[in-house]
Design a protein around this ligand. Structure first.
Ligand SMILES: *Cc1c(COP(=O)(O)O)cnc(C)c1O
Length: 415
């Protein structure tokens, strides 16, 4: 067997990986859906379990030799149950999108009706966007945020549900900075006799730590990605009551996937164990406090935030008032050149386009993982503003970039 390391076997990929590692060390990961996993999670994900086929579920596999795969999957499931308090957990979805796919596939027929938040208002592609299978397989109607306040228009959602008569209502969002009132969405689902899927992809870690209210026990299904605030490496998860357990398990495998990515399931198990430590609650609290400081700093410079602030790990700035000539995409490019990596994002009432939107979205999960405190975050807010306010200046980008590297060196990632 070939036993040389990656540098000897494939210098091109080795170089790219080394480049990526340096990129992560020397830039600020502020894409709100990203985080940095621990060395232990990396190790699990890079483990020999990548070799193992384990189609089926613990104790009921299609292949022999699954005893360690079973152990790992059971640990992941038990820890997830403890973290989120769900009756049933499936840890096999390859990603959050596959987790959602499993719920739709289990509970809906083609042509059934999905009611979800409009993408430009903070929704997700897998909630019924025309470019996604959900938009093509199902009939989709959308609710919105109140463009004045930036908060979910719960009353409008209830009215739309009454008219549209959905089979499922989807809550949980990609670019929504406020606390979600799960019970109000559940009330609309009850009135419409619809299922309720709460997709907590972004806020998995905040919910696990109790710094955002949990939809578990309220919504019928709770899905998530495992690589965002929960910091357990790339993957997805579905949670539900026991009554739907069989339907969900069958929809994940064999319904929508083949063999589980057992090395990723191992990453989930390890990340969930870390999240059960008391330190994780403190981490989640600091993520939210840091986002508040970031928001206040940007507002102090005159930037307008959608909803006027944040309750969670992200802020969404609408540049139209303060910087009408700067698109979110151009801001993203200038900030990236300075080592601040975030994304241009649509805002409610978008007047540009998804490819050249009016806002920028920034999260604090990654920086908080590498130890940024409130003072450091405030400085990051100042640096973001300097670039946004002078996005054409190469001098500003250079100066900010120098300071970004210093901040990164003061808060190293994987020593
Ligand atoms: C990130 C996200 C997902 C899943 O994304 P994957 O890349 O498939 O893991 C699903 N829903 C929402 C709301 C998200 O933000």
């Amino acid at each position: 067997m070939e036993n040389q390391n990656i540098r000897a076997v494939d210098p091109a990929v080795a170089d790219a990986l080394a480049g990526e590692r340096t990129r992560q060390e020397e830039t600020l990961a502020m894409i709100a859906s990203e985080n940095h996993v621990s060395r232990a999670v990396l190790e699990a994900q890079g483990s020999v379990l990548t070799n193992k086929y384990a189609e089926g579920y613990p104790g009921a596999r299609y292949y022999a030799g699954c005893e360690y795969a079973d152990e790992v999957e059971e640990l992941a499931i038990d820890r997830a149950k403890e973290l989120w308090g769900a009756e049933h957990v499936n840890v096999q979805p390859h990603s959050g999108t596959q987790a959602n796919q499993a719920v739709y596939y289990a509970m809906l027929d083609p042509g059934d009706r999905i009611l979800s938040l409009e993408l430009s208002h903070g929704g997700h592609l897998s909630h019924g966007h025309p470019a996604n299978f959900t938009g093509q397989m199902y009939e989709v109607e959308q609710y919105e945020v109140d463009t004045e306040t930036g908060y979910i228009d719960y009353e409008g959602l209830r009215e739309t549900a009454e008219e549209f008569d959905p089979d499922i209502i989807v809550s949980g969002y990609s670019a929504y900075p406020r606390t979600v009132e799960w019970d109000r969405i559940q009330a609309a689902a009850d009135a419409a006799d619809a299922y309720h899927l709460a997709d907590i992809a972004h806020i998995t870690g905040l919910v696990a730590a109790g710094v955002h209210p949990s939809p578990v026990g309220i919504a019928d299904f709770v899905t998530g990605s495992t690589h965002k605030t929960i910091r357990a490496g790339r993957g997805g998860i579905v949670m539900c009551d026991e009554e739907y357990a069989d339907d969900i398990d069958k929809a994940v495998f064999p319904g929508g996937q083949g063999g589980p990515l057992m090395h990723n399931v191992a990453g989930k198990a390890v990340g969930f164990k870390e999240a059960l430590e008391p330190a994780f609650e403190d981490y989640a609290r600091r993520v939210v406090d840091n986002a508040e400081v970031l928001g206040e700093t940007l507002q102090g410079h005159g930037l307008s935030l959608v909803s006027g602030g944040t309750d969670n790990h992200l802020v969404l700035a609408d540049l139209r008032e303060s910087h009408p000539d700067l698109s979110g995409g151009d801001a993203e490019d200038a900030l990236a050149a300075a080592g601040i990596v975030l994304n241009g994002n649509t805002v409610p009432g978008e007047t540009r386009s998804p490819f050249d939107p009016s806002g920028i979205r920034a999260g604090t999960a990654g920086l908080t993982t590498r130890g940024f405190d409130e003072d450091a975050i405030e400085e990051v807010g100042d640096l973001i503003y300097r670039v946004v306010d002078d996005a054409d200046s190469e001098d500003v980008i250079y100066e900010v970039g120098e300071r970004v590297v210093e901040l990164c060196e003061a808060n190293p990632l994987y020593q």
